[in-house]
Design a protein around this ligand. Structure first.
Ligand code: APR
Ligand code: PHB
Length: 392
């Protein structure tokens, strides 16, 4: 049977970056992806990279385009009661910054790096199944180009997202899952219009949350809280802009510029963690193991931190033959994951209208926002979480 060192399921940011980090360490991997390359690149997702994530990309020789095109931000704005308040993130968090850079650009960069290194990356693979995970010789079976294929490996990396096959391959009773589904979703648009702001605006409003983000000097990214289960049929471009205008309105003469909507979609909000992030020789990373709601943009950053740890413990195994690194993997990742979960849940809880909660919760949310914008200690706590802990 064919053999490789590491079998990676999924070519999202987790699987692609892991394959690159392993290649740099001289470890061979095969990546199996069930979609097409075009689909993987076109998927529009969040776009905020923590300081430490940019450091990881730079150290891996992957930061050329992020450094040229990424927008480095030193603050964010919290807007409520029609008034904006700047959180001076970098000043509060030791000079660390965030970089706004669309996840799909990062995926493009990672695919380009993979092509240059000549590593194996197969698209449109179907029926991936994982076997013998509790032995030292796990096997992956799949269909590609109409043929049944399989290979043996030392390690399987489950990088196939929340709906993938990896987590589902772990026997019942071996995982504990923690979950919260929020009673609302986010409608996101890309618009061809210069951003009306230099820094991200997170707005709390009686009509619901809104976020003004950006992608480039000529493309804006905006989001609205919508009811759970809402679909796009009720959301004409006019209605979206009208809602954004109301929720982002401010008392200082600021105006939201409108432009053609070039992409729109609705996503549900969920918090989820599966523990441990390992079963035998299968290691879960990124969305396969945990999901955060997008408020605070931690999803991609947690995924990068996981695969950095995974690449290290795999390299450790090949260098020493010892599995102690494997035994450390899950706990090492989960420490950061729960910090990300806590922060994303806190930002989500503070900034959204909860349909079943009344005036009491609304007043608490406003009190929390007041505290964050008036207490240096509270603002510092938010800023430190937002820019993220060092990874390397
Ligand atoms: N076989 C092969 N590939 C699969 C399978 C399967 N059975 N199931 C899913 N995949 C692929 C998906 O098509 C996708 O390309 O796995 C990939 C998983 O990628 P992501 O969902 O992007 O997850 P991850 O790489 O962990 O990235 C986490 O992406 O979802 C965002 O907000 C999240 O920013 C975070 C980041
Ligand atoms: C984005 O730019 O897509 C974005 C920014 C901040 C978030 C979520 C998404 O909290």
């Amino acid at each position: 049977m064919a053999r490789t060192q590491v079998g990676i399921v999924g070519a999202g940011p987790s699987g692609l970056l892991l394959s690159h980090l392993l290649e740099e360490l001289g470890i061979h991997s095969v990546v199996l992806e069930n979609r097409t390359q075009e689909y993987v690149i076109a998927r529009v997702r969040a776009g905020v990279l923590e300081h430490g994530v940019v450091d990881v990309l730079r150290a891996a020789g992957l930061a050329q385009r992020v450094e040229a095109e990424g927008l480095v931000h030193e603050g964010i704005e919290l807007r409520f009661n029609g008034h904006g308040h700047r959180i001076a993130m970098s000043d509060l968090a030791g000079g660390r910054t965030i970089t706004v850079y669309g996840q799909n650009k990062l995926v493009e960069d990672l695919i380009a790096a993979r092509a240059t290194s000549g590593g194996t990356l197969l698209y449109e693979v179907s029926d991936v199944s994982l076997h013998n995970l509790d032995t030292t010789r796990p096997t992956i079976r799949y269909r590609h180009d109409g043929r049944e294929e399989s290979f043996e490996c030392d390690v399987v990396a489950g990088c196939d997202g929340f709906h993938g096959v990896s987590r589902a391959s772990i026997p019942e009773g071996c995982l504990t899952e923690y979950e919260r589904v929020y009673p609302f979703g986010w409608l996101g648009i890309l618009a061809e219009v210069a951003p009306s702001t230099n820094e991200l605006i997170y707005a709390y409003h009686d009509r619901g949350f809104a976020l003004h983000s950006l992608r480039s000097p000529s493309v804006s990214r905006l989001y609205l809280q919508v009811a759970a289960g809402d679909d796009l049929t009720g959301w004409s471009d006019d209605r979206i802009w009208s809602e954004l205008q109301q929720r982002l309105a401010s008392d200082d003469g600021w105006a939201l510029q409108e432009g053609p909507v070039i992409e729109k979609g609705i996503a549900p909000l969920r918090s989820f963690v599966a523990e441990p992030m390992r079963y035998g020789r299968l290691f879960l990373a990124g969305d396969a193991a945990h999901i955060v709601p997008p408020t605070g943009a931690k999803g991609l950053n947690l995924a990068v931190a996981d695969v950095v740890v995974l690449a290290h413990v795999i390299a450790d195994y090949y260098a020493t033959g010892s599995e102690t690194g494997f035994d450390r993997y899950s706990a090492a990742c989960l420490k950061r994951v729960w910090q990300g979960e806590r922060f994303s849940w806190m930002m989500t809880s503070m900034l959204h209208r909860f349909p079943d909660e009344g005036e009491f919760v609304r007043r608490l949310q406003l009190a929390q926002l007041e505290q964050v914008v008036s207490s240096r200690a509270a603002a510092t706590a938010l800023a430190e979480s937002y820019v993220g802990l060092p990874i390397l």
